[in-house]
Design a protein around this ligand. Structure first.
Ligand SMILES: NC(=O)c1ccc[n+]([C@@H]2O[C@H](COP(=O)([O-])OP(=O)(O)OC[C@H]3O[C@@H](n4cnc5c(N)ncnc54)[C@H](O)[C@@H]3O)[C@@H](O)[C@H]2O)c1
Length: 434
């Protein structure tokens, strides 16, 4: 199969490289010329474990190409994927579909012969209908099937998620499009991955329902964590105790500082707006959004409490800035709420993150970025673990204690054991553990 991927961000690049690895011929296209130039030189625009080797291997084998112009690749493609961003629209929280519709217009002008036009971007219900209208308006002669194929990969585990997904969802009732999509994902049939064919609108909603549910699950355990703190219970044991019930499942039950990232915040908000417009408000998701926003803000207060209520003039070391480990993605990271709140209260912030500092430097002015976790602990009045990178899981605690001004650790990811930390001489605060 020949594939053109419009948009070479997290999703476009990972999907494009994985489709190439499946044996298809893929051209990844992006308007950002410097990104394409770097990719041609083998430099990855994002940090994702294993991606550089996967890209290099498929480029070398002549299956993966990069381009700034869509023309030839789209003309020759059996399937054209739209994998551009759908950020929150300023002001109202609806998904901003201008990149998606812009891409659809460009593609419409180029397609030649039967082409499956696949939306991989996360888009609200009905977006596929509008893409179809755009294409038909510009090219009444076009032989095209517009399909929804939402992506469920997680940053940090994206390649494995793409190649060994729990399921693939394909929204189309067109038999020819089903054939093309089946051929594209054929290698997954070998692992017996369920491929779910649904209507286009159903497929679009599945993606939002999945993210809404997961965001709700995290938020639920976060509220349980607060309750545990008040009641003298342990949220990790509560999570295990409920997670062993197959009806609940153990994943996404790690209490923390509130969800962030490139998807949950914007997708929950867009779902809330879509549902309100349809006159069927999704109150559980509305509450999830509100509780999570409040939680991220409350985390600075937790740090302040650990410091006895006084942050002014204090030096605070931060370990981890990205919204989760194994990515350099800072979009909607809890750090973007917590760090400015600490600064506003008068703290000096020094931080270390293994991959996120370049992006963080753009978003968090006045932070001193350092070379490692021990440097971030030096002279600190408190050390805050914000992201659970593996590099922070086995720190030399004696060395940390010696370096710090006062041995106060606020562990917002429950990486360490409270008992051990106390024995090591730290004043230690964590999430949902008395
Ligand atoms: N990041 C994730 O973990 C993830 C997971 C699942 C789904 N998604 C969804 O996938 C979509 C893409 O997300 P992302 O994180 O990859 O975004 P991104 O911002 O990393 O990448 C989007 C890319 O599209 C390019 N682009 C925009 N318009 C273009 C055009 N007309 N032609 C060519 N290139 C164009 C941009 O330059 C950018 O490089 C979003 O809808 C997102 O919700 C993301």
């Amino acid at each position: 199969m020949r594939v053109a991927m419009i948009g070479t961000g997290y999703v476009g690049l990972v999907s494009g490289a994985c489709f190439a690895d499946f044996g298809h011929e893929v051209t990844c296209i992006d308007k950002d010329a410097s990104k394409i130039e770097r990719l041609r030189q083998g430099v990855m625009p994002i940090y994702e474990p294993g991606l550089d080797q996967l890209v290099a291997h498929n480029v070398r084998d002549g299956r993966l190409f990069f381009a700034t112009e869509a023309d030839e690749a789209v003309r020759e493609a059996d399937a054209v994927f739209i994998a551009v961003g759908t950020p929150s629209r300023r002001g109202d929280g609806h998904a901003d579909l201008s990149y998606v519709y812009g891409a659809a217009e460009e593609i419409a002008d180029l397609i030649d012969g039967f082409t499956v036009l696949v939306t991989k971007s996360t888009v609200p219900v009905g977006t596929g209908d509008e893409i179809e209208r755009i294409v038909k308006r510009r090219r009444p002669d076009a032989d095209v099937a517009v399909v929804s194929n939402p992506e469920f990969l997680r940053e940090g585990a994206a390649i494995n998620d793409f190649k060994r997904p729990d399921r693939v969802v394909v929204g189309t009732e067109d038999a020819r499009a089903q054939e093309v999509m089946t051929a594209l994902y054929r290698p997954l049939y070998l692992n017996a991955t369920p491929i779910l064919f649904t209507s286009r609108r159903t497929s679009e909603l599945i993606k939002y329902a999945a993210n809404g549910f997961l965001a709700m699950k995290i938020t639920f355990i976060n509220e349980m964590a607060d309750l545990c703190e008040a009641m003298g219970a342990d949220v990790q044991q509560v999570a295990r105790g409920i997670g062993l019930d197959n009806r609940i499942g153990s994943k996404f039950l790690h209490a923390g500082p509130g969800y962030g990232g490139s998807c949950f915040p914007k997708d929950t908000l867009a779902l809330v707006r879509t549902a309100a417009d349809a006159g069927r408000p999704v109150r559980l998701v509305e509450t999830t959004v509100a509780v999570n926003d409040a939680r991220k803000k409350a985390m600075a207060h937790k740090v302040s409490e650990a410091l006895g209520g006084q942050v002014e003039g204090k030096r605070i070391g931060i370990l981890g800035l990205t919204f989760k480990p194994d990515t350099d993605d800072m979009r909607d990271s809890p750090a973007l709420d917590i760090v400015p709140a600490l600064q506003a209260a008068g703290a000096k912030v020094q931080a270390y993150d293994p991959e996120g500092m370049k992006e963080a430097a753009r978003l968090l002015p006045e932070v001193t970025f350092l070379d490692g976790p021990y440097e971030a602990a030096e002279d600190a009045d408190a050390l805050v673990i914000l992201t659970e990178w593996n590099a922070f899981r086995a720190l030399d605690l004696d060395r940390i204690k010696m370096l710090m001004n006062t041995p106060i650790v606020v562990d917002l990811r429950n990486v360490y054991d409270p008992e051990e930390m106390r024995e090591a001489g730290f004043t230690y605060a964590s999430i949902g553990r008395a």
